[in-house]
Design a protein around this ligand. Structure first.
Ligand code: CUA
Length: 317
């Protein structure tokens, strides 16, 4: 590593090193071009200074080849940079299908995370190294933004919808976790740590924690307590859509639209049931606005996902 890299935060993933390579290339190119242009200005200032005896009446020449070259060369250069950046961006925005899922709820002013086995943490997210990890995130109040400089990855966390971010840490260690969206008085204090551990250590850590019922199990309890069963159970006499295998499935709506049922769709169906009514059903579902908070809705979504464990979630953008 060259000395210049100490100006950058530590990097703990291949994606971070890719981002650095792109960034440093852009800095290098900018520096090179700046040197060329400033150098030419200085040389011409000297050469054509007032007292210089130099022929000043030579007409501009039309060197077609030269003009074409300085137009086409930067164009090609920019296209290469675009393709490079677009490829990295595409990789970073699409989590692998087998990524481990951790749920994150942001609120003023803390990060709450829930591990796959239900272990919960605040302002800390433990992850195993060399494993793709996907965070499914939502906010309980205002817009936050989850930022882990060591992974060079950042995503807004928005109330009322789910956003995802993923990373594959390849070095164990502790990395800063920041909020990168001004969210009120203690925005600057809304920070924590991502702790990347060897998979064995992570597994041990996971088992050591206080055991909570997993998200899906809590979701089942909420599903029962709020009377969802009354309509959505198979034996129900009320005509309501079947929920098993829902996540990732294409849903046809009564107004002719169709969409892939993802976390945002389920969330909205609970909070604003009249928004996307499934074709063939009456708009009779009541809204649960004010009765369920974001964490509870996450739990219910996990319960619905667990109804069909084979189903991979439809990735939404
Ligand atoms: Cu949360 Cu800034």
């Amino acid at each position: 590593m060259s000395a210049g890299l100490t100006l950058l935060p530590p990097s703990a993933s291949a994606a971070a090193r890719g981002t650095d390579a792109l960034f440093l290339t852009l800095v290098g190119l900018s520096a090179l071009l700046t040197c060329i242009f400033v150098g030419l200005i200085v040389i011409f200032c000297y050469r054509y200074r007032r007292s210089a005896r130099i022929n000043r009446d030579n007409p501009p020449s039309h060197a077609r080849g030269l003009e074409a070259a300085w137009t086409i060369a930067p164009l090609l250069l920019f296209l290469v940079l675009f393709a490079w950046a677009a490829r990295d961006y595409a990789v970073q925005s699409r989590p692998p299908k087998d990524a481990m899922q951790i749920f994150v709820v942001a609120k003023q002013w803390m990060w709450k995370a829930e591990q796959p086995n239900g272990r919960r943490e605040i302002n800390e997210i433990h992850i195993p190294v060399n494993t793709p990890v996907k965070l499914i995130m939502t906010s309980q109040d205002v817009i936050h933004s989850l930022f882990v400089p060591a992974f060079r990855n950042k995503r807004d966390v928005v109330p009322g919808r789910y956003s995802t971010i993923w990373f594959l840490a390849d070095r164990a260690g502790e990395y800063l976790l920041l909020c990168a969206e001004y969210c009120g008085t203690d925005h600057a204090e809304m920070k924590g740590r991502v702790i990347a551990m060897q998979p064995e250590d992570y597994a041990r850590w996971l088992e050591d924690g206080a055991t909570h019922p997993g998200l899906a199990e809590r979701g089942f309890r909420l599903f029962r307590e709020h009377g969802c069963m009354g309509c959505h159970a198979a034996a129900s006499t009320v005509h309501a859509p079947e929920l098993s295998g829902l996540l990732g499935r294409r849903v046809h709506l009564s107004d002719g639209r169709n969409l892939i049922a993802d976390e945002n769709y389920v969330h909205d169906s609970i909070m604003e049931p009249q928004k996307d009514v499934v074709a063939g059903y009456d708009p009779i579902m009541p809204s649960f606005k004010g009765q369920l908070d974001e964490e509870e809705i996450m739990a219910i979504i996990e319960y619905i996902r667990a109804l069909n464990p084979d189903q991979t979630t439809g990735e939404r953008r």
